[in-house]
Design a protein around this ligand. Structure first.
Ligand SMILES: Nc1ncnc2c1ncn2[C@@H]1O[C@H](COP(=O)(O)OP(=O)(O)OP(=O)(O)O)[C@@H](O)[C@H]1O
Length: 475
C-alpha cells in the first residue's frame, strides 16, 4: 500500500485530507513541521510527501529541497495558495511532481496523487497503487505526455521554421525562455526531427541535481570513487550515446562540472569519476535556461567558452502572453488531454472563461494553462467549462485589475462583477474613491494586511499603496 506523508499545520484540514486519502486506500502519516517531516522520512519508507507551503518552522519548499537531495525517488506535491503561483512554479523546477492550490478539490487531489505514484512506479521500485473505486471506466493512471502544438501565430511559425531548420544538423542548441514556455518539448521536437530520432532522448534538470553528485550523475563513477560509490555507475551522457541529451537549467551547474562538460563537448569523450578509461560518446547537446548566461559569464559564474560551445544556434521559446493567437489551439489540446486522462467529455469554454483567459498574463505560461485546464475539466459537470471551475483568486485578480484600470476613465467605469453596487449618476469621482477605498481594504483583508502582496495584486507600487492608504485613513 502506498504510504503518504502529509505535512500540514492546519489540524482540521489535515484530518479531512488524511481521512479522504485513507478512504481511497492509502496509508497516511501526518506531521506539522519541516523538522518532524525530516525525522519521519528518515525512519519510514514514504512514497509521496504532500506538504503545505507555509509551515511553522519553515516552508514546504525547504522540505522539498531537502527531500530531493536525500530521497530523490520520493514524489513531492506542494500545496500553495493560488496567489503563490510563482512559488508553485519554482517548486516544480526544484523537482516537485505537481502543485495543487488551496482550497483543495478532493478529485483533483486524488488524481494528482495517483498520477504521481504511477510515475514513480518502475520495475525497480514497486508501489502498490490502490484502484480507483468511484469510476469503473476510468483510464489507467499512466502519465500521458502532451502532444506538441505548433500554433499559427507569427511567432509560433517563426519558431517552428527555426526548429525544422536546425533539427537535421548536429549543432548544439540553446533554448531560451521563461519557465513553462515549452523549452523541453521544443528540444524533444528537435530530436524527433533529427537523424538521431531512433536514439535515446535524455532530459536532465540540472537545477535538481544534488551539487556534490552532479558530476557523477552526468558522467558516471567507478566503484569506490568516493564514499557511497558502492558500484560502478553509468552517467547520463553515456546513456544518451547515439541520441540527444537535454540539459535544462544549465546555469545551475557548478564551475567544476562546467569544465567537465566543456571537455566532453570538445573531445567527444568522457571519463567516469575516479576512472581513467576514456569513453567515446556521440551525443547532441541541447541546453535550456531562463537566465542570462552571458551576464553570468561576465560575473564569472558561467564559463564563456562553454556558453559559445552550447550556443551554436539559439531558439527563443515564446511566453504565452506574446502568442495569444495560439491560445485556442492550446486550450483545445489541453482539454482533449484532460478528457482522456480524466474520462470526461468537455467540449468548450464559457465566453466569460475565454475572456478571463485572454486578459490574464500567464506568468507560468503553458504549464499554468495546462494545470488550470486539468483542474477545470475535473471540476466541470456538463460539457463546458464555466467560470466557477476557475480558481477564485484568478477571477478576483482579474476583477481588481479591471477596476484599477478604470481609474483614469472613471466616467465610463462599469462594475466588473454583477454583485457590485450600481453606479450613482451623480458624483463619479467620489463614487470611484469610495470603491477604490473599499477595494484596497478588501485586498488588505484578503492578504491579511500584507502590503507587498496587496500592492502586487492591485498592480501598484508600494509607495502608491501607502499614500492611498493614508488618503483613505486605512493605516
Ligand atoms: N508546444 C506545446 N504543445 C503542447 N504543450 C506544450 C507545448 N509547450 C509546452 N507545453 C506544455 O507546457 C508544460 C511545460 O512545458 P516544458 O516543461 O517543456 O516547459 P519548460 O520551458 O521546459 O519549463 P521549465 O523552464 O519550467 O523547465 C508541459 O506540461 C507541456 O506539456
Amino acid at each position: 500500500m502506498a504510504h503518504i506523508l502529509l505535512v500540514e499545520d492546519d489540524l482540521t484540514y489535515a484530518r479531512i485530507v488524511k481521512n479522504f486519502l485513507e478512504k481511497n486506500g492509502f496509508q497516511v502519516s501526518t506531521c506539522i513541521k519541516v523538522k518532524d517531516a525530516q525525522n519521519l522520512l528518515g525512519n519510514e519508507k514514504i512514497d509521496l510527501t504532500i506538504a503545505d507551503f507555509r509551515l511553522p518552522d519553515g516552508t514546504g519548499m525547504e522540505l522539498l529541497h531537502w527531500a530531493k537531495e536525500n530521497f530523490p525517488q520520493m514524489q513531492v506535491i506542494l500545496i500553495t495558495h493560488y496567489s503563490d503561483i510563482r512559488i508553485a512554479i519554482k517548486a516544480m523546477k526544484l523537482g516537485a511532481f505537481e502543485y495543487i492550490t488551496k482550497p483543495i478539490n478532493p478529485d483533483e487531489l486524488l488524481a494528482t496523487v495517483r498520477e504521481s505514484l504511477a510515475q514513480k512506479a518502475s520495475p525497480s521500485i514497486q508501489i502498490e497503487i490502490p484502484e480507483e473505486r468511484s469510476s469503473p471506466h476510468s483510464k489507467n493512471t499512466s502519465v500521458l505526455r502532451s502532444a506538441y502544438v505548433v500554433g499559427s501565430s507569427q511567432e509560433a511559425e517563426k519558431l517552428e521554421k527555426h526548429i525544422q531548420l536546425v533539427a537535421p544538423t548536429d549543432l548544439s542548441v540553446l533554448v531560451l525562455g521563461e519557465t513553462g514556455t515549452g523549452k523541453e518539448l521544443i528540444s524533444k521536437r528537435i530530436h524527433e526531427f533529427s537523424a538521431r530520432k531512433n536514439g535515446p532522448f535524455i532530459a536532465i534538470d540540472c537545477g535538481a541535481l544534488p551539487k556534490d553528485l552532479a558530476g557523477s550523475e552526468l558522467f558516471g563513477h567507478v566503484k569506490g570513487a568516493f564514499t557511497g560509490a558502492l558500484d560502478n555507475k553509468t552517467g547520463h551522457f553515456e546513456m544518451a550515446n547515439g541520441g540527444t541529451i537535454f540539459l535544462d537549467e544549465i546555469g545551475n551547474l557548478s564551475y567544476e562540472v562546467q569544465i567537465q562538460l566543456l571537455r566532453a563537448i570538445q573531445e567527444r569523450k568522457i571519463r567516469k569519476i575516479g576512472g581513467n578509461k576514456e569513453i567515446e560518446i556521440d551525443v547532441r547537446i541541447i541546453a535550456a535556461t531562463n537566465e542570462n548566461l552571458l551576464s553570468q559569464s561576465g560575473e564569472g559564474l558561467f564559463r564563456e567558452d562553454l556558453y559559445h560551445r552550447l550556443n551554436e544556434f539559439t531558439l527563443h521559446a515564446i511566453p504565452l502572453r506574446n502568442r495569444m493567437a495560439d491560445l485556442e489551439h492550446f486550450v483545445q489540446n489541453f482539454i482533449q488531454e484532460s478528457n482522456e486522462r480524466l474520462n470526461k467529455s468537455i467540449k468548450s469554454l464559457a465566453p466569460e472563461v475565454w475572456e478571463t483567459f485572454y486578459s490574464y498574463d500567464w506568468p507560468g505560461n503553458l504549464r499554468e494553462l495546462r494545470n488550470m485546464i486539468k483542474r477545470a475539466v475535473l471540476l466541470s459537470q456538463g460539457d463546458r467549462i464555466e467560470r466557477e471551475a476557475l480558481p477564485t483568486e484568478l477571477l478576483e485578480t482579474q476583477y481588481y485589475e479591471k477596476r484599477m484600470a478604470s481609474e483614469n476613465s472613471a466616467p465610463a467605469f462599469t462594475p466588473a462583477i454583477p454583485s457590485a453596487r450600481p453606479i450613482p449618476t451623480g458624483d463619479y469621482k467620489t463614487h470611484f474613491q469610495e470603491q477604490e477605498k473599499e477595494l484596497i481594504l478588501k485586498v488588505l483583508q484578503d492578504t491579511r494586511y500584507n502590503k507587498s502582496k496587496t500592492a502586487k495584486i492591485l498592480k501598484m507600487d508600494r509607495k502608491t499603496l501607502y499614500s492611498k492608504m493614508e488618503k483613505y485613513g486605512l493605516d
